[in-house]
Design a protein around this ligand. Structure first.
Ligand code: ZN
Length: 65
């Protein structure tokens, strides 16, 4: 597994364990960036599923008429 980040990538300050942001400069930690990417991916997936559903409903409606 990936090692826990102990210092900030931007300023080198020591980080609180499992911190999302650096307390000195406010930069996101690697763990937080990974979580944000994951959240964006999940959000995108939900959005695409919703768009697909809408398209499917429009298609079914136009076919049945
Ligand atoms: Zn920092």
């Amino acid at each position: 597994m990936q090692q826990t980040q102990v210092a900030c990538d931007a300023c080198g300050a020591q980080l609180v364990p499992n911190a999302a942001y650096c307390e000195r400069c406010g930069a996101r930690t690697r763990r937080a960036r990974r979580l944000v990417r994951l959240a964006i991916r999940v959000e995108l997936l939900f959005f695409l599923a919703f768009v697909g559903l809408v398209i499917a409903f429009i298609w079914i409606y136009s076919v049945q008429r």
